[in-house]
Design a protein. Sequence first.
Length: 243
Amino acid sequence: MKQSGVICVIALLLLMFSVPVFAQPNMKSVETIMIDTFDTKDDMEWNWSVQASKYIHIGEDASDTYPKMGYFQASPNSLKAYRTANDPEPYVLGVQVSYDRKGDNWFEVYPTDKETGKVYEIPLLGTVTQLDVWVWGANYDYYLELLLRDADGNVHVVPACTLNFQGWRNVIIDMPSTVRQQSRLRSGPETSYFIGFRVHADANEYADDFVIYFDQLRYSTNTLNNIYDGYELRKPNFEAQGE
C-alpha cells in the first residue's frame, strides 16, 4: 500500500508539471529617466533657483552677497567615458554660500517655471524605486536632503548623504515606502513630485565658505506599474456623450 501511495503522488506531480504554462502579462517596464543633466539649461521647462536661511551673508554689492548660483563647465570623471562628440559641452550646477554665524544654517535649490518664476515641481512618472545625483562635496559636515511631494500633497524630507567627502560622488537614494506615489482616488494625482534639494549645516561646522555642485539628476521607475485594464476610462467626458 505504501508503494502504491508513492506511485500516486509521483503521478500527480508529473500531471501538475505537464500542464501548459501560459504567459502572464508583463507589468514591469523599469527605466531610468533623466531629470536634468545641467548641460542644456535653455531646453528645460524650468530654471534653478536658490534660497537660504536668515544668517546668509548679504554684502554691500553683488560680489559679496550670497547665496550664489552658476553653471560651470565640468563633469565627473566617471561620466566622461560615456560622452560622444555630438554631446553638448558638459556643465554642472554650482552653489556657494556664506553665513554670518554658525547655527541652524541651510539653503534650498529648486526648479522654477521659466515663464511665471513660480516654484515648479517636477513629476516623477510611474513607481519610483531610486533617485540618484552626482554631488561634489567639500568635506564639510553639511547634509544633503531631497524634498519630495507625495500624491496626497504631503512634503517629505528624505535624507540623501553627509557631505563630508571631497570631489564627486554618485549619491543613490531609495524611494521611501512612506511616499505615496499614486493617489488612491480615481481623479487624484498619478505621480509624486521632486521639489528640490536642501542642504543644512552642522551647528558646529564652519559657516563662512561652502560650495557644492550637482550633475546628472535622474530616477529609476516602473512606468507600467500604475497601468491597469480599463485605464483609459479613469477620466470620462460625459458631456461629449450627448453629442
